[in-house]
Ligand binder design. Sequence first.
Ligand SMILES: Nc1nc2c(ncn2[C@@H]2O[C@H](COP(=O)(O)OP(=O)(O)OP(=O)(O)O)[C@@H](O)[C@H]2O)c(=O)[nH]1
Ligand SMILES: [Mg+2]
Length: 355
Amino acid sequence: MKFFKRKNKKNKEQLDTNNNAVESTKQQDSVVDNNTPEEIVVPPELLAQGVEPHQYQLSQQLSKTNDNFGKKMKHLFSIKKKIDEDLFEELETTLLMADVGAAASMDIIDNVRKSLKRKNLSDSDAVFDALKVQLTELARQVEQPLEIDDSKQPFVILVVGVNGVGKTTTIAKLARKYKSMGKNVMLAAGDTFRAAAVEQLKTWGERENIPVMAQNTGADSASVIFDAMNSAKAKNIDVLIADTAGRLHTQSNLMQELEKISRVMRKNDETAPHETLIVIDGGTGQNAISQVREFNKANKLTGVVITKLDGTPKGGVLFNLASEFGIPVRFIGVGEKSSDLKPYNAAEFVEAIIS
Ligand SMILES: Nc1nc2c(ncn2[C@@H]2O[C@H](COP(=O)(O)OP(=O)(O)OP(=O)(O)O)[C@@H](O)[C@H]2O)c(=O)[nH]1
Ligand SMILES: [Mg+2]
């Protein structure tokens, strides 16, 4: 059973600074599997309880958050059978530790209290159940799968976010997903900042037989994407996914460049981009809030992808983002393989982190 293919990337990443050769090797590795379906082996006792293989797999992939959240909750409720203020305080601490955020945590606990009062319940199992209901409710508020509007030719997805969060990897995963659904896909190498970035996308495109529109490093990102839109129209492409350079949300000149990209896209098709996805590293913590806020100012965001949830105990950031912005979470990244991008499903997500 191979849920995590751990690669020793740490050392490579440490050497990463200004070393294009190393960077290029690292990034070409980004999506490595060959789409062979994995066999998911569910332990017999869980199988007997009716646990579905895909749900079991997701629980494994989100096990760090589960350890930090679900297991802690379960422990808390197993030692405290009586509902008192201490219990609520510890509950709040657990929510905060998983990066659910102060406002969302308070809301969740308030709602749990109200629901217990309404139903006149007073044992801690009831708190656990009420908590699960509240988390699922909040998680559902951002459950809205990305629909590709076939009337757009091409449907353009613009992918933005800070450095290293997994934008290009997510694009590769998405492209493969849409291709496997029978769509004609094209990629635009809008990260013109680094040679390695263009190479990363090109290498991947060659491997998957997906066209990549690219210009030289240093070219104007907006015009690369504009040209790619023209080419996509000429070639009857269904989905065009545009990469952009990672940038800090605090760098106003770079954020303006992003505004320009959308402006130029609209000269080509006034309804584009049809989806603007921000990629957030699940381990980012509170900074995720300011990233979404600032990127949303530059380009109206229509979707969120939370990546690297396999590597963090802080997957609660999803609730924080949900309560703060309510922008749909389209996908979650749970590993480095191309199959490790899952359409976001609220009930499955909550089940995986709290079961
Ligand atoms: N474990 C894990 N690693 C991921 C996931 N998504 C991306 N990565 C890794 O994160 C690293 C950075 O990914 P990239 O796709 O290059 O990130 P980026 O946002 O395009 O980076 P820049 O273009 O430099 O801003 C790579 O090593 C990926 O394999 C994920 O869901 N889980
Ligand atoms: Mg990139």
